[in-house]
Design a binder for this molecule. Structure first.
Ligand SMILES: NC(=O)c1ccc[n+]([C@@H]2O[C@H](COP(=O)([O-])OP(=O)(O)OC[C@H]3O[C@@H](n4cnc5c(N)ncnc54)[C@H](OP(=O)(O)O)[C@@H]3O)[C@@H](O)[C@H]2O)c1
Length: 251
């Protein structure tokens, strides 16, 4: 199916690894010129740049720590310069998580996760607005854990729940301008983080979370990217303020 995305301009945060990498590569293959960022230099940066070169198109991979507001401003300036002052799609993907008993959750860690998952998304959207026109789409990556609740991740789920409120309100505030805002709520997606675990731990994780899904398996970054392509395209033009679950039917 032709989604008619050729030549569109996107910004995806945190695209060097995991879900974000799958999104960036799927967009590039669909003909979308994409800017993405990462926090720390790693072999993933070079390998992504190489893969993007092979897809063709005009892409940019830049270092920007999204916990630093001035670096978000610079990221958006570089995005504007790269995309000639225009954006069709913003994906707030970069995120932080930790597993901490609530009574031991100190303020520094609470604020680190809040800053990365919520404040950064807010600032990215605010700085993107002058570049977004009618027909553009803003997607934030949320989590199915918001509905279920999950022990040791109260700070994380709080930030993901907040993204839903942010997105729904912005959908109303900017709907008349033709800008759509949606959240994609993920179940458990296999990424390098999971593959990097010791084999027995990895097996336990895969079995435990696969059993909670209707499809009996974990998701892949490419399957998340499928929903992103749809929300980026005109096929979803009447979808805004929504939370779309991409979770294999997890409960
Ligand atoms: N994987 C899952 O099962 C799952 C489930 C539910 C929701 N999610 C959500 O999906 C999104 C992606 O998750 P993931 O598992 O793919 O994460 P990941 O594998 O840890 O990758 C995170 C990406 O974000 C970048 N990043 C993190 N903090 C950053 C910062 N402060 N500034 C700039 N870039 C930053 C990382 O760059 P570096 O390489 O430089 O660190 C990396 O490219 C997150 O929002 C997460 O909460 C994931």
């Amino acid at each position: 199916m032709n989604l008619d995305l050729q030549g569109k301009k996107a910004l995806v945060t945190g695209g060097t690894r995991g879900v974000g990498r799958g999104i960036v590569l799927a967009l590039a293959r669909a003909g979308v010129d994409t800017v993405t960022c990462y926090q720390q230099q790693s072999p993933y940066v070079t390998s992504l740049e190489n893969e993007l070169k092979e897809t063709g198109g005009n892409h940019l991979v830049v270092q920007a720590d999204l916990t630093q507001p001035d670096q978000i401003e610079t990221l958006l300036q570089r995005t504007a310069a790269h995309h000639d002052g225009h954006l069709d799609l913003v994906v707030n993907n970069a995120g932080a998580i930790s597993h901490i008993p609530y009574q031991k959750l100190d303020l520094t860690e609470f604020q680190r996760v809040l800053t990365t998952n919520l404040t950064a998304a807010h600032l990215v959207i605010q700085h993107s607005l002058p570049l977004l026109g009618a027909g553009s789409s803003v997607i934030s990556i949320g989590s199915k854990a918001v509905d279920a609740g999950i022990p040791l991740r109260s700070h994380y789920t709080a930030t993901k729940a907040a993204l839903v409120g942010l997105s729904r309100s912005l959908a109303k505030e900017f709907g008349a301008q033709g800008i759509r805002f949606n959240v994609i709520a993920l179940g458990v997606v296999e990424t390098e983080n999971l593959h990097g675990m010791p084999a027995d731990q990895q097996k336990t994780m895969i079995e435990r979370y696969s059993a909670k899904t209707a499809l009996g398996r974990l998701g892949t970054p490419d399957e998340v990217a499928g929903a992103i392509l749809w929300l980026a395209s005109d096929l979803s033009r009447y979808v805004t303020g929504s939370t779309v679950s991409v979770d294999g039917g997890i409960s």
